[in-house]
Design a protein around this ligand. Structure first.
Ligand SMILES: Nc1ncnc2c1ncn2[C@@H]1O[C@H](COP(=O)(O)OP(=O)(O)OP(=O)(O)O)[C@@H](O)[C@H]1O
Ligand SMILES: [Mg+2]
Length: 312
């Protein structure tokens, strides 16, 4: 079997305790894989360590334990192969929207002509609905517009992996819906691999192939991986009509409301952090067929019925 595109192997993050307090282990024993072209969301309560994990995947932070391998190479620092949309917009305040995108694009393709770079940036700014505002500085943009510049910048470098930290949090419902749909199209067309943090369960069900559920900290873990079994061509309009939609949604909400805390208090029996359980809410798991009792005689013990599983 070929290795996964991304492997997070035993990640842990510890922060030193303040003023004589014990160290804080935010998460440990975090293992997961992401395949090429897969869209993975991670959901968990505030403070459980999602952004820290994303920063480790991006190479912007180092783990206290474990490592990350992407496309056969260990992640040891930031790279233009990974595009990040930060929880805060993280734009350069002295540059216009377009120049912010251009800076990244020029770094990625230093040999492109000015005209090519210009057209490339314009295409991505248009994608996020910023045509007409490209010359404004971040201080002249609304929170949602700043976030959209960050999205355009990450997409424009066409990275091997997109790392998105609640990228649509500051957007109004209409813009959010439009960009989500664009994201689905781009990912389908380019087989983009995505790791995205969200607090929005519907967003996760719309976008993700699998949804990792993170327990509460300290010592948070990947408690479970929910496989999204809804058809690939789902859309915001059709999502709630899918027969398994409510089963998946209820499963995610139930985890956030009660199981994430219980999990952090006591690990479920048999839980193996190296192989968190894969679950498919709403998919009937076939119970094993009951054994068929054949009226045969066990010659070794006369009179005793022999149980024969005729299905084998
Ligand atoms: N530099 C730091 N020093 C000490 N503790 C830190 C530091 N950075 C993060 N933490 C702690 O690590 C934990 C995880 O933080 P992180 O930002 O990864 O959480 P998160 O899951 O992304 O939360 P949210 O959903 O609110 O964005 C928090 O308890 C936070 O206080
Ligand atoms: Mg965060």
């Amino acid at each position: 079997m070929s290795p996964s595109f991304l492997l997070a192997d035993g990640l842990a993050k510890k922060f030193p305790g303040a003023r004589g307090q014990p160290d804080l282990t935010v998460f440990d024993d975090v293992h997961f894989t992401i395949e090429k072209g897969e869209f993975v969301c991670i959901i968990g309560h505030s403070g459980c360590g999602k952004t820290t994990i994303l920063n480790v995947l991006a190479g912007l932070d180092t783990a206290s334990g474990g490592n990350v391998v992407m496309d056969g190479r260990e992640v040891i620092g930031p790279s233009l192969e990974r595009g990040v949309v930060f929880q805060g917009h993280a734009l350069m305040p002295w540059l216009s929207a377009k120049k912010n995108v251009e800076f990244a694009v020029r770094s990625r393709w230093p040999d492109k002509s000015k005209k090519e770079i210009d057209a490339h940036c314009q295409r991505y700014l248009e994608l996020v609905g910023l045509t007409g505002s490209e010359h404004k500085k971040p201080s002249e943009l609304s929170g949602g517009m700043k976030q959209r510049v960050g999205i355009a910048r990450a997409f424009a470098i066409e990275p091997k992996m997109l790392l998105l930290d609640e990228p649509f949090g500051a957007l109004d419902a209409l813009t959010r819906g439009n960009i989500q749909e664009e994201l689905v199209k781009i990912c389908a067309a380019t087989h983009q691999t995505v790791f995205m943090i969200t607090h929005d369960v519907d967003e996760a069900i719309l976008l993700a192939d699998k949804i990792m559920l993170m327990s509460n900290g300290p010592r948070a873990r990947i408690a479970e991986i929910v496989v999204n079994t809804l058809p690939k061509n789902r859309s915001r309009e059709t999502l709630h009509k899918e027969p398994r939609y409510y089963a998946i949604r209820n499963h995610l909400v139930d985890f956030l409301v009660s199981r994430s805390k219980r999990f952090s208090e006591e690990l479920p029996e048999g839980y193996d952090p190296k192989n968190p359980p894969l679950v498919m809410p709403g998919v009937e798991t076939q119970p094993p067929p009951p054994p068929v009792v054949a009226a045969a005689t066990d010659f070794a013990s006369p009179g005793k019925a022999v149980v024969v599983n005729l299905r084998n």
